[in-house]
Ligand binder design. Structure first.
Ligand SMILES: O=P(O)(O)O[C@H]1O[C@H](CO)[C@@H](O)[C@H]1O
Ligand SMILES: O=c1cc[nH]c(=O)[nH]1
Length: 236
């Protein structure tokens, strides 16, 4: 609904945001992606320092906008993008904590489904529990890209935590259910995409290993995710 734009959270005018949006949590990762990968990036919103840039990649218009951290923040920005800016697809480009022992730092996980301990699903007042899942076309496109580029990619379930600091027991229970990784936004993103009839996928680079304490530095989190970013851009 064009009339709803700009919003109190997004200064972009209708038409200034592309149909596909890459969405990292971190605003500085959004800036990095725009400046490194987009041609002619234009800053179209910086309300609350949640940067949104629009430019082109290989001739196609693409936007990159931060979601901030957590379901509440993701829910606001993705809702406005889908419903007010008529965005078709949001591709989260996030970091995640690796839970499955076979994962290594910087592996890319494609979040097929996203469980959560947050209450966002209650918002939809459904007569049961929703299974937040990714768009199949975006998942298969990511897998095709990985195969073509010799990247090792893992496709499977993640958990979107409401918080960040959890007990070993919490981690073990999700890991025992086959969950690969923990992050904070994919469940809310998937629910909003399902409700809006739009497309979403969360690509996550493993930035920490929950089982041995290995971790990327903040600088590495901001800048060393290029393989995942190129994968996401290939889906635009
Ligand atoms: O690196 P981003 O995309 O922000 O993702 C992860 O990092 C943040 C926590 O440090 C949460 O937003 C979590 O989902
Ligand atoms: O939510 C997150 C993201 C990265 N690493 C974690 O441990 N948790």
């Amino acid at each position: 609904m064009k009339e709803q734009t700009p919003t109190i959270h997004n200064a972009a005018k209708y038409g200034e945001i592309a149909k596909t949006v890459l969405m990292p949590g971190d605003p500085l990762r959004a800036k990095y992606i725009a400046e490194k990968f987009l041609e002619n990036p234009r800053l179209v919103s910086d309300i609350r320092n949640i940067y949104c840039y629009t430019g082109t990649y290989q001739g196609k218009e693409v936007s990159v906008m931060a979601s901030g951290m957590g379901a509440g923040s993701m829910s606001i920005y993705s809702y406005e993008l889908f419903h007010f800016y008529d965005v078709d697809a949001i591709i989260r480009v996030g970091s995640a904590g690796g839970m499955h022992p076979s994962l290594k730092l910087r592996d890319v996980v494609v979040a097929l489904a996203s469980s959560t301990d947050n209450g966002y699903a209650r918002h939809f007042n459904l007569p049961g529990d929703i299974a937040p899942c990714a768009d199949y076309g975006l998942v298969s496109g990511a897998v095709d890209y990985a195969k073509a580029h010799g990247m090792s990619v893992r496709v499977g379930p993640v958990v979107s935590g409401e918080g960040f600091y959890y007990s070993d027991e919490w981690m073990k229970k999700w890991t025992d259910m086959g969950v690969l990784a923990v992050e904070m936004e994919s469940a809310a993103l998937y629910m909003n995409a399902m409700e809006a009839g739009k497309r979403a996928v969360a690509l996550c680079t493993i930035s920490d290993l929950m089982f041995n304490g290995a971790a990327c530095t903040p600088q590495e989190r901001q800048e060393s995710f290029d393989d995942m970013i190129l994968m996401a851009l290939s889906l635009a």
